[in-house]
Design a protein around this ligand. Structure first.
Ligand code: GAL
Ligand code: ZN
Length: 652
C-alpha cells in the first residue's frame, strides 16, 4: 500500500481554481488527464473564499472542483485552508496578526500572517477544518489532508502579548517553579533574576545580546506553538475522517521546526523542495533534505511541492534548463519520494507568484514547459513499481534541533561561523559523491543497524545522549565543539566534550576559532596534509591515539584528529574530510562506488537510480544488470548517461 490509496506514484501539483473563471476549469482537468496528473492540492489559501463571513460557508465552488477532479480520475490533497486568515477575522480580532521582535504588528495583505498562540486563530482554524471534514468526509476525491501550509514560512515566531502568555504557560510546564527557571536560565548573570512569572517576556529586541538560555527555550516554544496549531486541526480531522492520512508540507532542512517531533504527529511526511538551478551544489543540498524526509518516519515520503522551472522569490530566478525538471523529479524518487508534485498547476495571472513557473505556463500547451510536463507524467507512470520501496542505509548523520538552536545563538559564541547545515553538508557531500546511502537520525534512535554514525556537531549533548552514543558498537565520528553544554545551555563541568570525554578519551582545553580566510595545516600520521578552516581546538588526550596534528600556528604539534576505540574525534573543520572519511568507511566495512563527478547513485529495493547532474555525458560502470524502466532497455556493463539524463534500473 502506498502513502495514499492512489496506486503507483503521485503526479500533480497545487491547483488554485479560485484564481480562474470556471470556464478554465474544464480545460484544466482535461490537460491534467493528458499530462497524467493523478493528484491535485486544493484550497491551500482559500479561507477567505470558503468562509467569507464568520460561520458563513461557501462550499459550492469547491464541491464543483472536487467533483470535476474526481470525474477525471484526479485525487485531492485537500487543504484545510487555514494558512491565511481572512480579512474579516483579523479586523474583528486584530490580535490574530503577529508581532515582530520589535513589537510591531505585521499588517494583513500577504499570507500566513497569524499569531500561532492566538486562541481566536486556533479556534477559527479548528472550526473551518471541522466544516471541511464534515462536508467532504465521503467525497471520493479526498485522499489526504493538507493542514495549514509550510508552518514557519513567513511567520516563524510571534512576540505579541498573547504569545508572551503562552510562553509563560510553556515555561511553567517545563520548570514548575521560578527557582527552577532562574537556575536553568542562569539569571544571576547580568542581573536577570525573576521574582514573578509576569516578568517573563519573549526575547524581544533588547539593548544587547539576549540570554541564550531564554533564546533556546524560545525556539523550543516557537516550534511547539506552531505544532499545537497543526495538532489542533489534526485532532478534528482524525475524529471525523480517521482513515484519511494527515500531513503538512515541510520545508526541507529547516532550522526553525523540530521535524522529528513534527513528523511523529503526522501520518506521512511531505516536503517542499526548491533547489536553486543557479547553485552548482544544489543537487547535493537537496539530496540531504530528501534523505532527512525519508528518515523522519523511516518510510517513503512525498515531494509535495517543487518548481517546474524558475521560482519567483529569489533575487534572480533562474529557470531549469531542458531536462532538469525531470532530473530533479527523478532525484526525489531516488531518495524515497512516492511522487512528484509541483507548485503549481497553472501559472498565475496575478499576484506575487505570477512569474513563478508552473506545469502549464502562460504560453499554454505549445511550449517547452508543457511538453516536459507531459513527458514527465509518462516517466512517472513507467516508474510506478518504485512506489513503497525502501532504502537501507549503513551510515547515519546525527541531527538534533535543540543542539542546532544552541549552536546558532547569535552574538555569544566563540565564532558565529559554525552553521549546522554546512557542517552536515561537509560530511554528506563526500558520502553522496561515493554513492553511499545516508540516514539522518535523532538522539535516542536505535543505532545498531548502522556501521558508521557521524555527529558533525553536538554542541548541546546531555549525559543521557552521550550514554546512547557510548553504547553504540560501530564506528563513530564526532565533530568539533561537541559536548559543550547541557539542555539548559550551561557549560558541562570541566568543559568540552563534557559527557563525551570518556568515550572520546580526551578533553578540550581551549576553543581556537580561526579568523575568516585563515587556514591551518593538519598532518596525518602517514604524512598527508589537510587544510582546516574556521575552527581548531587545544586538545589534551586522555587515552585517545593521535591520528593527525596541527602544523604551524599556536597549536603546532598538538592533536587535531584522534581516535579512541571506535570513536574518532575532529577538533577542526577540514576543507575536505575525504581522507579521514575513507579511513572510517574502511574501518566500518562500508564500500562506496567510484562515480564520475556529478553522477548520483541511489538505491530503493530492487531499483538503482543513476542521475547525471553534470554538464556533459558520463560513463558509468553498472554495479548490477537490469532493465532501465525509463527506456525499457536491458542494460549491462558500462553505460553513457547524457547530461541531465538518468537511468532507473530494475534489478533482481
Ligand atoms: C512555497 C509555498 C507555495 C508557493 C511556493 C512557491 O513556499 O508553499 O504556496 O508559494 O513556495 O515557490
Ligand atoms: Zn503572538
Amino acid at each position: 500500500m502506498g502513502l495514499t490509496r492512489v496506486p503507483g506514484l503521485l503526479y500533480g501539483g497545487d491547483y488554485n481554481p479560485e484564481q480562474w473563471p470556471e470556464e478554465v476549469w474544464a480545460e484544466d482537468v482535461r490537460l491534467m488527464a493528458e499530462a497524467g496528473v493523478n493528484v491535485a492540492t486544493v484550497a491551500v489559501f482559500s479561507w477567505s473564499r470558503l468562509e467569507p463571513a464568520p460561520g458563513v460557508y461557501e462550499f459550492g465552488w469547491l464541491d464543483r472542483v472536487l467533483d470535476l477532479l474526481h470525474e477525471h480520475g484526479i485525487a485531492a490533497d485537500l487543504a484545510t485552508a487555514t494558512a491565511t486568515p481572512p480579512p474579516w477575522l483579523v479586523r474583528l480580532h486584530p490580535e490574530v496578526l503577529p508581532q515582530d521582535a520589535a513589537g510591531t504588528r505585521l499588517e494583513f495583505g500577504s499570507r500566513q500572517g497569524y499569531c500561532p498562540s492566538s486562541p481566536v486563530f486556533r479556534a477559527a482554524t479548528v472550526r473551518l477544518a471541522r466544516a471541511l471534514a464534515e462536508r467532504y468526509r465521503d467525497h471520493p476525491a479526498l485522499v489526504m489532508w493538507h493542514v495549514g501550509n509550510e508552518y514557519a514560512d513567513h511567520t516563524t515566531e510571534c512576540f505579541c502579548p498573547e504569545s508572551a502568555r503562552d510562553f509563560r504557560r510553556w515555561l511553567g510546564e517545563r520548570y514548575a517553579t521560578l527557582d527552577g527557571l532562574n537556575a536553568a536560565w542562569g539569571t544571576s548573570c547580568w542581573g536577570q533574576h525573576y521574582t514573578d512569572w509576569s516578568q517573563l517576556e519573549p526575547p524581544r529586541r533588547a539593548p544587547g545580546p539576549v540570554n541564550p538560555a531564554q533564546l533556546l527555550d524560545w525556539r523550543r516554544f516557537s516550534s511547539d506553538a506552531l505544532l499545537a496549531c497543526f495538532e489542533a486541526e489534526r485532532a478534528v480531522l482524525k475524529e471525523v475522517t480517521p482513515e484519511v492520512p494527515v500531513t503538512t508540507n515541510f520545508m526541507s532542512v529547516l532550522r526553525d521546526l523540530d521535524y522529528w517531533k513534527w513528523a511523529a504527529a503526522e501520518d506521512l511526511v511531505t516536503d517542499d523542495a526548491y533547489p536553486d538551478p543557479a547553485d552548482p551544489e544544489a543537487h547535493v543540498k537537496v539530496a540531504l533534505s530528501y534523505d532527512l524526509m525519508r528518515s523522519l518516519k523511516r518510510q517513503p515520503w512525498l515531494l509535495l511541492e517543487s518548481a517546474p522551472s524558475a521560482v519567483s522569490w529569489r533575487e534572480v530566478n533562474v529557470p531549469k534548463a531542458p531536462g532538469v525538471m525531470r532530473l530533479h523529479s527523478l532525484q526525489a524518487l531516488a531518495h524515497g519520494s512516492d511522487g512528484v508534485m509541483f507548485f503549481q498547476w497553472r501559472q498565475a495571472k496575478y499576484g506575487p507568484e505570477k512569474f513563478h513557473s508552473a506545469m502549464l505556463p502562460h504560453g499554454g500547451t505549445d511550449t517547452r514547459q508543457w511538453r516536459e510536463t507531459v513527458a514527465l507524467g509518462a516517466d512517472v507512470r513507467r516508474l510506478a513499481g518504485v512506489a513503497g520501496t525502501e532504502t537501507r542505509a549503513e551510515v547515519a548523520l546525527v541531527l538534533d534541533w535543540e543542539s542546532w538552536w544552541g549552536l546558532e545563538a547569535p552574538e555569544s559564541m566563540p565564532s558565529n561561523r559554525l552553521k549546522l547545515h554546512r557542517l552536515l553538508l561537509s560530511w554528506y557531500a563526500p558520502l553522496h559523491a561515493r554513492g553511499i546511502a545516508v540516514d539522518l537520525v535523532p538522539h535516542g534512535r536505535d543505532l545498531s543497524g548502522y556501521r558508521l554514525v557521524i555527529a558533525p556537531n553536538l554542541y548541546l549533548c546531555t549525559a543521557e545522549q552521550a550514554a546512547d552514543l557510548a553504547s553504540y558498537q560501530g564506528q563513530l565520528v564526532v565533530g568539533p565543539f561537541s559536548g559543550v553544554v547541557d539542555a539548559a545551555d550551561q557549560v558541562h563541568d570541566g568543559g568540552a566534550p563534557g559527557p563525551l570525554r570518556e568515550l572520546l578519551g580526551l578533553r578540550v582545553e581551549e576553543f581556537w576559532p580561526l579568523p575568516d580566510g585563515e587556514t591551518r595545516a593538519v598532518e596525518t600520521a602517514d604524512g598527508a596534509v589537510l587544510t582546516a578552516r574556521t575552527w581548531t581546538e587545544w586538545v589534551e588526550t586522555e587515552g585517545a591515539e593521535v591520528l593527525a596534528r596541527y602544523r604551524g600556528g599556536p597549536l603546532d604539534g598538538r592533536p587535531a584528529v584522534t581516535r579512541h576505540g571506535t570513536a574518532t574525534y575532529l577538533s577542526c573543520l577540514p576543507e575536505d574530510p575525504a581522507p579521514l572519511l575513507d579511513a572510517v568507511l574502511a574501518a566500518a566495512g562500508v564500500a562506496g562506488t567510484a562515480l564520475p563527478e556529478g553522477v548520483e547513485l541511489c538505491r530503493r529495493d530492487g531499483h538503482l537510480f543513476l542521475l547525471n547532474h553534470g554538464a556533459g555525458p558520463a560513463t558509468v560502470t553498472l554495479p548490477t544488470d537490469g532493465t532501465d524502466l525509463l527506456t525499457g532497455r536491458r542494460l549491462t556493463g558500462t553505460v553513457v548517461i547524457p547530461a541531465h539524463d538518468a537511468v532507473v534500473l530494475e534489478h533482481s
